[in-house]
Design a protein around this ligand. Structure first.
Ligand SMILES: [Zn+2]
Length: 340
């Protein structure tokens, strides 16, 4: 069997994917139509061209365009369902997906109705593809800690399927340490703690997320490579690095997959998972991530499968579900590798 086919069959789990960044090109056209909006693209090909950004600011600009096109709460049902349909096509069986409610509330949408719509998409996907999904609430640094507290008020009033907070946005301009009390409160109300760090800023940004916010996972974490002491700390504390290789190439955090530090992190024994971040915008999916890591960095199928297991073990599922999923993953993987 070809390596592509084997990778397609490997069971997987994803921890770092943004619902909005999963919007398919044809769905973006539908959103614009549904909202009666004038947009600079008429066909899926136009949208694909629009997604050919070559820098982080261009990426943010494209991301904001999608956010602008979401004008009704129920549109989240289709976007979320399709995100999970695409994941299921890569044999991803569990997803933790980020959702940034304030982006949309500022455009007049209702938090509770959006959450209900996303959960309807999750319920339908569970029925159709037997895939599970929980949500992470991205506070987005740029809004500041006061808004972060307000978002936690919303989560306290309605938290269906929400398991953690996350912190995207501009790392350089809005340091993580400003969010210390927000994260302390999030922990108190039972949420897990994750932050994007070390993507657009240096190791200090990761140190802040780890020491001030006490996160369990770091989104990206690329720049940890510059500081052995930090990598040692991440390992000692068993903090998971959610690597997003293609995303990092597309936004020019690294030049090529070959330059990505995932190999070093893995060799040092850090807990690393593989993720797509914004698959539709980056023209990737989980199969492609695994395939690129195999071709460009020489990861074997066994090593790739270890990333799947890491994603289960470090997920925020209850222990019982984790061990059930782990067993099922092992069974499938052994069968695939024996068939080979
Ligand atoms: Zn992200």
């Amino acid at each position: 069997m070809k390596v592509e086919q084997l990778i397609r069959k490997l069971p997987k789990a994803e921890q770092h994917i943004h619902i909005v960044g999963s919007t398919r090109p044809e769905t973006l056209l539908w959103l614009a139509d549904d909202g009666g909006l004038e947009k600079p693209f008429k066909t899926s090909r136009d949208v694909q061209n629009f997604f050919q950004f070559t820098s982080f600011p261009q990426f943010i600009n494209a991301y904001c365009t999608i956010v602008d096109c979401i004008t009704k709460e129920n549109q989240f049902e289709r976007i979320t369902y399709e995100m999970l349909e695409s994941e299921a096509q890569c044999n991803v069986q569990y997803v933790e997906a980020s959702f940034s409610p304030l982006d949309h509330v500022l455009r007049g949408l209702d938090y509770g109705k959006m959450l209900d719509a996303a959960n309807r998409g999750i319920d339908r996907a569970r029925m159709d593809f037997a895939i599970e999904c929980n949500l992470r609430i991205d506070l987005v640094r740029n809004y500041g800690p006061e808004k972060g507290m307000e978002i936690l008020d919303w989560v306290e009033s309605k938290n269906d399927n929400i398991i953690s907070v996350d912190l995207g946005g501009s790392e350089e301009r809005f340091p993580a340490k400003q969010y210390k009390s927000v994260y302390q409160r999030a922990k108190k109300i039972g949420l897990h703690l994750v932050a994007h760090a070390g993507e657009a800023a240096g190791p200090d940004s990761i140190w802040q997320a780890v020491t001030e916010l006490e996160v369990e996972h770091i989104g990206h974490g690329v720049t940890a490579i510059h500081e052995p002491k930090l990598m040692e700390h991440l390992k000692k504390r068993n903090i998971t690095i959610e690597a997003c290789p293609t995303s990092n190439v597309r936004t020019r955090v690294v030049n090529t997959i070959k330059d990505h530090p995932i190999k070093v992190f893995n060799d040092l024994g850090l807990a690393v998972t593989v993720n797509t971040d914004d698959p539709s915008m980056f023209g990737t999916d989980m199969n492609n991530e695994y395939l690129q890591l195999h071709h460009q960095l020489g990861f074997s199928l066994q090593e790739l499968f270890k990333f799947s297991l890491n994603a289960v073990d470090s997920s925020f599922l209850p222990e019982e579900s984790k061990s059930k999923m782990r067993k099922s993953f092992m069974k499938t993987c052994n069968r695939i590798l024996n068939e080979k």
